[in-house]
Design a protein around this ligand. Structure first.
Ligand code: FPP
Ligand code: MG
Length: 326
């Protein structure tokens, strides 16, 4: 079952998505029994499959989209994404993702690290047989960007970042992968250079809008819908855009709030208090306006593309990203 059912943007690429879902479930086939079990566990509840949907839609803007080659790119990037989440859940000590136990919670950190490595190697094996070296390079550069983003997060000084620093970090850890899906697929399918660039800009802006929305949902979402424990960023002392804006609203007297946000170890009561305070501030709404501005930039990039059903579907993906609850 896909996490989002009935969304109109899946329609043009249903057949490729169904094939991709089959292949993902098969990833563990020749592996160690624990890897097989972890793959079955990870893909039992399917994610939103937004990234492969973008790959399949973007490939339609080229003249030479080879189905098998495009499927390999989609699978490779979805596995990079899954591997990075398995590792990220170790880093974040997270227990729940997509409403199911994380690999580190169900097994342990050692298993999660190796399962992530396995998935990542599988992703690279698929990328290695892509016919265009520049697309293989995009996959590798995306992994560098994810690692750079994650490293800046885990090594950040205990200080509130500026809006710019926050945006640079989410561009690396999230938007780079969205851009790779759109741009990589367009390149593989021999799309015109201006369409490749437009799809890259669409992916970057969509990714920024996605991550800001994710960071708002972590504070204001519904736990059941969101599928992740709320308030994780606060618990970890990880400042996000709505928090940065909530502190800024205090106009010079935000130091105390910033220190409480950044504190590494908090009890439940402190997290609850901070959640209520940030929800009552203008932080989430201001962050939402910022997400909508990136959504607007993504939609404008689509104007460079020829009008067709796939372009409408990309527009629907953008609308979904800023209106989603999960
Ligand atoms: C989720 O962020 C994490 C990422 C988007 C990137 C994580 C990247 C790595 C662990 C390095 C790359 C590793 C490999 C194997 C490719 P989040 O914690 O803000 O979001 P969440 O709430 O969904 O966990
Ligand atoms: Mg995380």
């Amino acid at each position: 079952m896909r996490a989002v059912t009935g969304a109109s943007f899946y329609a043009p690429v249903e057949e490729e998505l169904a094939e991709l879902e089959r292949r993902l479930l098969d990833v563990g086939r020749a592996g160690h029994p624990v890897f097989r079990a972890a793959v079955a566990h990870l893909f039992q509840t399917r994610g939103k499959l937004l990234r492969p949907t973008l790959v399949f839609l973007a490939a339609r803007f080229g003249t030479a989209a080879d189905r098998e080659v495009v499927l390999n790119l989609a699978e490779s990037l979805e596995l990079v994404h899954t591997a990075s989440l398995v590792h990220d859940d170790v880093v974040d000590r997270a227990e729940l993702r997509r409403n199911v136990e994380t690999v580190n919670a169900k097994w342990n950190d050692d298993v999660a690290l190796i399962v992530g490595d396995y998935l990542f190697a599988k992703a690279y094996a698929l990328a290695a047989v892509l016919p265009k070296p520049e697309v293989i390079a995009i996959v590798a550069e995306t992994v560098f960007a994810l690692c750079d983003g994650e490293l800046s997060e885990v090594t950040a000084a205990r200080a509130l970042p500026s809006e710019r620093e926050y945006l640079d970090r989410i561009e690396l850890k999230t938007a780079s992968l969205y851009a790779a899906c759109c741009q990589g697929a367009a390149l593989l399918a021999e799309a015109d250079a201006e369409h490749v660039a437009a799809l890259g800009a669409f992916g970057t802006n969509l990714g920024l809008a996605f991550q800001i929305t994710d960071d708002i949902l972590d504070l204001t979402g519904d736990e059941e819908d969101f599928g992740k424990t709320l308030g994780r960023d606060l618990l970890e002392g990880m400042p996000t855009l709505p928090m940065i804006y909530a502190v800024a609203e205090r106009d010079g007297s935000g130091g105390a709030l910033a220190s409480r946000i950044l504190a590494p170890a908090k009890n439940e009561e402190e997290v609850r208090g901070l959640l209520a305070e940030i929800r009552d501030s203008s932080g989430p709404e201001r962050a939402r306006q910022r997400a909508l501005a990136f959504h607007g930039a993504a939609v404008r990039a689509l104007e460079q593309l020829p009008a067709r059903a796939e372009r409408d579907a990309l527009r629907d993906v953008a609308d979904f990203v800023v209106s989603r609850v999960r």
